[in-house]
Design a protein around this ligand. Sequence first.
Ligand code: PRT
Ligand code: ZN
Length: 287
Amino acid sequence: MSEKKLKIAIQKSGRLSDDSINLLKNCGIRFGNGVVKLKAEARNFPLEIFFLRDDDIPEYVADGVADIGIVGENVIYEKEKDVEIIEKLGFGRCRLSIAVPKSFVYEDFHHLENTRIATTYPNILGKFIAGNKIKADIHNISGSVEIAPSIGLADAVCDLVSSGSTLFSNGLQEVEIIMQSEAALISRKNLDGDYRKLLDKLLFRVKAVIAAKQNKYILLNAPNDKLEEIIKLLPGMKSPTVLPLAESGWCSVHSVINENDFWEIVENLKLAGAEGILVVSIDQMIK
Ligand code: PRT
Ligand code: ZN
């Protein structure tokens, strides 16, 4: 491997920081954190980590200051920089939505005609407005978007929503979802040579960490006469592992199940006669 180092930009402090750091750590990469520093060097992988404001990450990656970065899709699409989405990461989930005061009678987007909409996402909102052929004034403000209607600055807002409690406590109702967003790994366009090789090496680990998070390892005891039925409920990576127990007439079954189907599968396994069900988190899963 060459002496070259891949440079990754992650958020210094904010909603994506902990998950970004944990993702790299779960990839086996060791480094000091960026609480005081702007930059850290990995001890066991050719990687330099830059800790930055999330808004700056697409530009730094596009300009080659960093080779790759972790940032929300909302920021990627808003900044319109020349970067490529390599992998969605499954954290930092939210949606960019339009909300109006609860007293606003809203049926569809035509009701936004001739309104003033406050946002920190003028580009994404502008495309939504143009795409729906409506006329509305975009008020590009720098923060606290949710208070704009109550102070008379706007008729509607376009902001990120996760639980919805910010909108609720400001007397607003969510009426249009413009985009769904999650954190993504981005790279500058056409990353090549040694940098591409390093990215592929990192990506292999990232995919293993994401797959592990989405799956659980399950172990259970099954009576031999119920084995066939139980195995049908467990897809596994190839097929479940079946081992005899010391007690005759029983075996131990091991498999991997998807987190989304987890409770339903466990309920069906119990109904089918499985006992002593253990479910274990997986650190890495290499398919
Ligand atoms: O300092 P820096 O510029 O780096 O950070 P920042 O303050 O701009 O961003 P930060 O840390 O707040 O968010 C970083 C990223 O997290 C965003 O770009 C999104 O990709 C993602 N994310 C996920 C969110 C939310 N959920 C979220 N709920 N970003 C912001 N919010 C805000 C939203 O703007 C609103 O004020 O939370 C409020 C709404 O939350 P609910 O739960 O009340 O609906
Ligand atoms: Zn920001």
